[in-house]
Design a protein around this ligand. Structure first.
Ligand code: SF4
Ligand code: SF4
Length: 342
């Protein structure tokens, strides 16, 4: 009976549009606490961030005593047309982020699947923005893929996927056995290409990763690594773009709602000249890791990009930013001016 139900869950996930789906028992997540401790031992500076963002995932059994299993679904986004304007500036995972985007197919799929779980008589709970459990950890246990040296989950179609998870009140299990070769021993393309040297085989120092630095932290003058992240405005795909396991994996045959329109407004110079209301209306809804009351951070990231890839045409924009109404932006612009043309 439970095998049948697990198969029904899997079938529904694929019918709804997911690329794959697995189910693990909740007890299998117990070792996440040790995995987290190992990560902190390796990078002691990440303790505060890890305890804030990741530690709740180690408590999932305690927090949801009714939950017996976790359903993990993978949504493939490697078929989205990405406007060239975003190349190198924004990670593809953020451009195709559907978590808050009701018009996006991934968002609709997620809701269809939740309804389907209800239709099967299953109590299910998810948290679409940050998840309720360590989903990459869970996905490996469910056999959805393997972790490669850049610490990302890969399926046969590469690493371009969003993961979602549902805690369910049924004791179910459905595992796969991915037929994937591990990273070649001699390959270190991702490690060598990482601009901040954040990667050690199978581990990433999140505090040095451009994804975290650009999307999750305030950017202030002269903080560590910002001089190395080049044009990363919101995320970084370097270690995935260079990976042979991703070669030929992008198909670019689907439009993502609003992406083409956003690309027309997306230029570092224009972002620097936007007022806060425009930033909140145009930029923040897509790049929502930045809170609406902190949209000055977009300007500081644009200034950081201009500093890293300075061209004389940026000078008037940087000069204008030195009189910005926000002191954080003024400080950053002064610093960039001193680093470049002053
Ligand atoms: S996303 Fe960029 S900065 Fe982060 S580990 Fe990969 S290459 Fe390095
Ligand atoms: S670039 Fe090479 S080492 Fe890095 S994840 Fe890809 S295959 Fe593995």
């Amino acid at each position: 009976m439970s095998i049948q139900l697990a198969q029904q869950v899997y079938n529904k996930a694929l019918e709804c549009g997911y690329m794959n789906c697995g189910i693990i028992k909740i007890a299998e997540l117990r070792d996440y606490a040790q995995a987290l401790e190992r990560r902190i031992e390796m990078y002691p500076d990440v303790r505060e961030v890890a305890m804030t963002y990741l530690a709740p995932y180690a408590e999932v059994e305690k927090a949801y005593p009714w939950a017996k299993s976790l359903v993990i679904c993978a949504w493939w986004y490697g078929d989205v047309k990405i406007p060239k304007k975003f190349d190198g500036f924004v990670s593809k995972i953020f451009l195709t982020d559907y978590r808050r985007d009701q018009a996006a197919e991934g968002f609709k799929c997620s809701h269809r699947f939740e309804d389907a779980l209800g239709g099967l008589g299953i109590k299910a709970l998810t948290e679409r923005e940050w998840g309720l459990a360590a989903l990459r950890h869970a996905a490996v246990k469910a056999g959805l893929g393997i972790i490669r040296k850049n610490n990302l989950l890969y399926t046969a179609k590469g690493s371009w996927m969003h993961l979602e998870g549902w805690l369910i009140d049924r004791d179910l299990e459905l595992k796969h056995h991915p037929d994937l070769k591990p990273c070649p021993e001699k390959c270190s393309l991702c490690i060598d290409a990482c601009p901040t040297k954040a990667i050690q085989p199978y581990h990433v120092n999140i505090l040095a990763c451009a994804c975290f630095l650009s999307a999750r932290r305030p950017c202030l003058p002269a903080e560590a690594h910002y001089d190395k992240i080049g044009r990363c405005f919101y995320g970084c795909d370097i270690c995935q773009d260079i990976c042979p396991a991703n070669r030929g994996a992008w198909s670019e045959d689907k439009d993502f709602p609003g992406l083409e329109e956003l690309s027309e407004l997306f230029a570092m110079e224009d972002i620097l000249r936007m007022d806060d209301d425009t930033l909140r209306a145009v930029i923040q809804p897509k790049f929502w890791y930045v809170a609406p009351d902190e949209v000055w951070r977009f300007k500081n990231m644009a200034l950081n990009v201009m500093c890293n890839e300075y061209e004389e045409r940026y000078r008037p924009y940087i000069e204008e930013a030195r009189s910005d109404s926000c002191d954080m932006v003024r400080n950053m612009a002064d610093w960039v001016a001193r680093q470049t043309y002053l």
